[in-house]
Design a protein around this ligand. Structure first.
Ligand code: ATP
Ligand code: MG
Length: 736
């Protein structure tokens, strides 16, 4: 891509600084991973941006491990990160740094802040600190330790470092502004005590700096000019600036922070915590499982770094978060491989074809291009053809749907590079009835794409000659998740493992043409119509065992069309249903005008109508409405017998139950006892009207008991103002 024409708001800022000479023309960026997991495609966006800017403006980009947290960090991750950044094509040269190497210096900065009266040791518990921070609408309360003297602060801080206190006994806080509208400036934590060994520093330290303190100072220590991070850190920028402006001894001009939109991809998750959970649950074989969105996984799947870089350039850099469609990433991968991977033939799910008019034991070798017409490259290979062939089982349908262009009884199809064949009969497994082979004829005059007068054959399928085929393991990798937005499903309470697409890795033994056996480990190939494949470097051994991982499927036009049709059919069905409901509604409306004037549909219902008025005291209208069908009448009577007041039961059944039944797609039978209990809850004032309607809807959908639903969804009325306030506080604290 032409870097001259690449423009985005971050590059504009850098360009402006270079032109104004803000940093004497210097451009220093950094990529600061925490070594607590493997880098993923989202990290690639940040790597490409940071290293790309440095390259473009003649600057440099540091690789800095942001390893100030003793939890979860390890050397394995450090190594994986270095390997993946190099693989992506970037080099930090001698600029490899670890924030944990700065511990001594960071500590000195903290003492300097204390001496300047801008930091203090606070001995409140974390819980108390949180509680005294205030809310969006209310200022916080200053800590009782806020006015400790410099001497006392220094003494306590030194003793914190010396290990005299247990975890949580004290923290170091910046003294900023407990009333700041930016909650992050209400005396944020700078250091905390944590008696835990660090993967590089061992037990040397038992106090660790917080991200907001360590990060900006690390930038300053390294002379970074543009500190680029994702949008979630927008509010942290004020703190970044405060620390660099208030800590004595920071060189000017100091670094500045800029935020851009993180990459979010559909059909996957990007949080290292969630990816780690997949690894630990054994859902995937490891961080480098070919289905993982990690760079190691993409590499093992055969995606080239060029494709990842091209993708990052393509999505661009903006300051508005959005989700990128996985299809765009897959498209970029295909585009990258189009000119890299020769075309060969393989059959993944074989079905045998026997050409009855082809002489037994004879074969023919056909010259076929390795590159299709739109790739300007030369080269052919010889493909053997014979009496028995493998074709893809999915290319045959015994009862073809409308528009089917492949093989079916009595139909013709072209075999790629070879002949047109016609299906004249089937062979079946006598036990299961499954089709085991197709009896076909080939049409001799159609060889090599020739279409004799008057013959148009629309479909072309791939094939492999049985006599020459070699078996190959094909690892058919697909999207890891079956839902477009796994994070949203997780937020709605579903489990990560139940979102995993069960068919995301299918391993089949297929048949390949002879030329495939010559592919070396690490080579990429397009198996026509199946997708791009990668000869697995650790498993593929020509002459012994052929193993291919699918990098990405080709866009299957047929599947796309079938999906389109399914969607259309669904929409038609929905519209039909909506029309029906509307008619039904009109009918009921008409009948409802004077229901008591209509006769009851049966003698039993007529008796029920009388009984409802005489025994339960209902009006003529309600009684008539409740006796238009057996089910409603029975529900009413049984719920009244179960203890519901008659008038309330009638109202609930006529207004709510009937309405919900019309709205809900699926509806379970409603137990009269459950309905009576729900009405009881409302009458007793334990739940409100709207809540009760929600409970009823859930009862109809799931068949659960009303009490269980009320309990689970927390619908019970809270009369106690104190309890209500506590809940609101908790919500504010969780969502500052
Ligand atoms: P986690 O996934 O554990 O929540 P993280 O992805 O932020 O954390 P880091 O190691 O801190 O992990 O990330 C290193 C750098 O990569 C950070 O500067 C961060 O801004 C950037 N980064 C992380 N995720 C993305 C993403 N999805 N898109 C773009 N940049 C990202
Ligand atoms: Mg991070």
């Amino acid at each position: 891509m032409d870097s001259e024409r690449r423009r985005d708001f971050i590059r504009e800022i850098v360009r402006r600084d270079v032109e104004r000479g803000t940093y004497g023309g210097r451009v220093v960026t950094r990529w600061p991973p925490e070594p607590n997991g493997y880098p993923h495609i989202g990290h690639a966006k940040s790597i490409v941006l940071n290293f790309g800017i440095a390259e473009e403006f003649g600057g440099r980009c540091h690789l800095r491990f942001d390893d100030t947290n003793p939890e979860g960090e390890s050397m394995e991750y450090v190594e994986a990160i270095m390997r993946d950044v190099r693989w992506l094509g970037y080099d930090w040269g001698e600029h490899l740094y670890f924030a944990s190497d700065y511990f001594e210096q960071l500590y000195a900065y903290a003492e300097a802040l204390i001496r300047a009266g801008k930091a203090y040791v606070c001995s409140l518990s974390l819980e108390q600190i949180r509680a005294s921070r205030g809310s969006v609408t209310e200022p916080g309360t200053p800590s009782p330790y806020r006015e400790r003297s410099v001497e006392e602060n220094l003494d306590l801080f030194r003793r914190m470092r010396a290990g005299e206190f247990p975890d949580g006994a004290h923290v170091l806080r910046a003294k900023i502004d407990m009333a700041s509208p930016n909650m992050l400036l209400r005396d944020p934590l700078l250091y905390r005590i944590r008696h835990k060994a660090h993967y590089r520093r061992g037990t040397e330290w038992c106090i660790y700096p917080m991200y907001d303190f360590a990060h900006c100072l690390s930038d300053a220590i390294e002379g970074v000019t543009h500190s680029i991070c994702t949008l979630e850190f927008e509010n942290n920028r004020a703190l970044y600036d405060w620390i660099l402006e208030n800590t004595p001894g920071i060189e000017q001009p100091r670094p500045h922070q800029y935020e851009f939109a993180r990459l979010d991809l559909s059909y996957t998750v990007m949080s290292k915590r969630k990816l780690k959970a997949l690894v630990e649950a054994g859902v995937v074989s490891g961080w480098d499982d070919p289905r993982m969105p990690t760079l190691a996984g993409l590499r093992r799947r055969g995606v080239r770094p060029e494709a990842i870089r091209a993708f990052c350039e393509r999505i661009g850099v903006t300051n508005v978060n959005s989700t990128v469609d996985m299809a765009l990433f897959e498209h970029t991968i295909r585009e990258d491989l189009n000119h890299e991977a020769p075309r060969l033939m393989a059959v993944a799910r074989p079905l045998k074809v026997v050409l009855e008019n082809w002489p037994e034991g004879e074969s023919q070798w056909i010259d076929a291009p390795l590159w299709p017409r739109d790739v300007p490259r030369e080269g052919t290979r010889a493909v053997p053809f014979g009496r028995e062939l493998w074709i893809e089982r999915t290319d045959f349908r015994e009862r073809p749907p409308e528009g089917w262009r492949r093989l079916a009884p009595g139909r013709e199809v072209r075999l790629r590079y070879a002949y047109v064949i016609r299906c004249e009969g089937l062979e079946r497994d006598p036990e299961t009835g499954e089709v085991t082979a197709l009896r076909c004829r080939y049409l001799p005059e159609t060889r090599g794409g020739r279409n004799p007068e008057g013959r148009t054959v629309e479909g072309t399928i791939h094939w492999v000659s049985c006599a020459h085929a070699q078996p190959a393991e094909l690892q058919l990798v697909d999207r890891l998740f079956s839902v477009p937005d796994p994070d949203a499903e997780l937020a709605a309470g579903r489990q990560l493992t139940e979102l995993v697409h069960p068919g995301s890795l299918e391993v089949v033994t297929g048949w390949v043409e002879p030329r495939v056996a010559e592919l070396a480990p690490g080579e990429r190939v397009q198996f026509e119509r199946l997708g791009y494949f990668y000869a697995a470097p650790e498993q593929h051994r020509p002459g012994e065992r052929l193993v291919f991982v699918r990098i990405v499927p080709l866009k299957d036009r047929w599947a796309a069309r079938e999906q389109e049709r399914a969607r259309e059919a669904l929409e038609r069905a929905r519209a039909e249903k909506a029309r029906e409901k509307e008619q039904q509604r009109r009918r009921t409306q008409q009948a409802a005008r004077r229901p008591e004037e209509l006769p009851a549909p049966s003698p039993e219902l007529a008796r029920a109508r009388e009984r409802f008025m005489a025994r339960w005291g209902l009006g003529a209208r309600e009684a008539a409405l409740l006796t238009r069908e057996d089910e409603t009448a029975a529900l009413f009577e049984a719920s009244v017998e179960a203890g519901a007041p008659a008038e309330a039961a009638a109202r609930w059944i006529l207004n709510e139950v009937a309405g919900l039944r019309r709205q809900l797609e699926v509806c379970r039978p409603l137990a009269p006892e459950a309905l009576a209990r729900l009405i009881g809850l409302v009458e007793a004032g334990r739940i409100g009207g709207p809540a009760a309607k929600r409970v009823l809807a859930t009862m109809l959908e799931t068949g659960e008991d009303p009490e269980a639903i009320v309990e689970r969804e927390g619908l019970e009325r809270i009369d106690d103002a104190g309890a209500l306030e506590a809940q609101l506080e908790a919500i504010w604290a969780a969502h500052p």
